[in-house]
Design a protein around this ligand. Structure first.
Ligand code: PLP
Length: 384
């Protein structure tokens, strides 16, 4: 059983002390402080804290609809190899979810995969997933989106801390989400964040996060909404300006976020070193396709990804790793188009040979900062 936090015992002790002494546990100053620190870390103008990464994704899309930038039945592209709660909110919010194939050796949608899909499906937005510590060629992807007037959003839940030429992933799109669920790069138990430098979007995200009301806006923003709708300050207590949910975090999320953020970089560096060590062994083994990540100058892999040259080889390694007691996972949701829920909502049938390949021939296991020499040796012994 892996620990929930970096510096687990110290974190739990501090958390217990915080809970015993604070007079407020619902969303307040710790959350807002964490938002400020996190936006500084990512390099965005603003950050809005949520109760999960999935909520962050839902809130981005709801906010874009509230702002009129996306509409019912718009075609929204997404990486076919991703997580359910990247794809589901597109469908839940009445838009068409169009899967886009990835490139096998990068695990990600690259600009050349995207441009074809934009033209073929007349996409209004592309919700990228930065997969398992890596990303597509985000600089080129942004250029392609700008050229075709497509809104570009990044789901950065799996690649927090990765960098492309000194810029952190999560900064290339109009907005990005990340997750603080246990076993991600940093944990607040449950939690998520949206980063953006778009002021109107940040304002709408705060409305969407809390029931559609204006309570968490600045005084100036509140006045704008109240004057526009002719609402006095008393009535404003229970006035709901646009569609929202209750996706609020608690002060525990904010407290843990502030604490864990301090260890994030060191933690990611350890994971990166582990990855580079295992990657050298993979490169020597003819059963595997090597990962191509020259465009990601600093990856943040919280997993070791294995792309086998056939399904038979994959199945052989699944047995060999399990025999050594290593916990394995499929390559996220595989080809999302083949997930049971998707069939009901499919608007087009897209050919996704590379995502199918990853679905059949790849898998991953966890890469933890506290892995021992013995843990690393077990993995290497299966690979060599
Ligand atoms: C790509 C991606 N998006 C969204 C999520 C959802 O995050 P959460 O579990 O915090 O809701 C995950 C979770 O692992 C993910 O991998």
């Amino acid at each position: 059983m892996r620990s929930a936090f970096i510096n687990e015992y110290d974190t739990k002790q501090k958390l217990a002390e915080f809970i015993l002494t604070t007079d407020r546990l619902s969303m307040h100053s710790k959350c807002f402080e964490f938002e400020k620190e996190f936006s500084k870390y990512i390099g965005s103008a603003d950050a809005v804290l949520f109760n999960s990464g999935g909520s962050a994704n839902l809130a981005i899309l709801q906010s874009l609809k509230n702002l009129g930038r996306l509409k019912d039945h718009d075609n929204v592209g997404f990486a076919a190899v991703t997580w359910s709660t990247n794809t589901m909110p597109i469908i839940q919010l009445g838009m068409n979810a169009i899967p886009i194939d990835c490139t096998i050796n990068t695990l990600n949608v690259m600009s050349h995969n995207l441009e074809t899909a934009i033209i073929e499906h007349k996409l209004k937005a592309f919700f990228a997933t930065n997969v398992l510590g890596f990303a597509g060629d985000l600089v080129e992807i942004k250029k392609v989106c700008d050229k075709h007037n497509v809104i570009f959003i990044e789901d950065n839940c799996e690649s927090l801390g990765a960098e492309i030429d000194g810029v952190k992933t999560g900064n290339f799109g109009l907005a990005s989400s990340c997750s603080f669920y246990v076993a991600h790069h940093m944990s607040t138990i449950e939690g998520g964040m949206v980063c953006t430098s778009d002021k109107d979007l940040a304002e709408m995200l705060r409305i969407v996060r809390a029931n559609g009301w204006d309570r968490n806006l600045s005084e100036k923003q509140k006045q704008k909404w109240r004057v526009n709708h002719d609402i006095d300050d008393f009535k404003a207590n229970y006035t709901f300006f646009d569609l929202g949910y209750n996706l609020r975090p608690t002060e525990i999320t904010g407290f843990l976020g502030l604490l864990q953020l301090k260890y994030l970089e060191e933690n990611n560096n350890k994971r990166c070193d582990n990855f580079l060590e295992i990657n050298e062994v993979i490169k020597e083994n003819n059963d595997f396709i090597s990962l191509e990540f020259h465009h990601v100058t600093k990856p943040s892999p919280f997993a070791f990804s294995f792309i086998c040259k056939s399904k038979e080889i994959r199945d052989r390694y699944l047995i060999a790793f399990r025999e050594k007691g290593v916990e394995l996972r499929p390559m996220i949701a595989g080809n999302m188009q083949k997930q049971p829920f998707f069939d009901k909502y499919k608007t087009v049938n897209v050919s996704l040979p590379n995502s199918d390949y990853l679905d059949q021939c790849s898998f991953y296991c966890g890469n933890f900062p506290d892995m021992t020499t013995e843990d690393m040796q077990i993995i290497k012994s299966v690979l060599s």
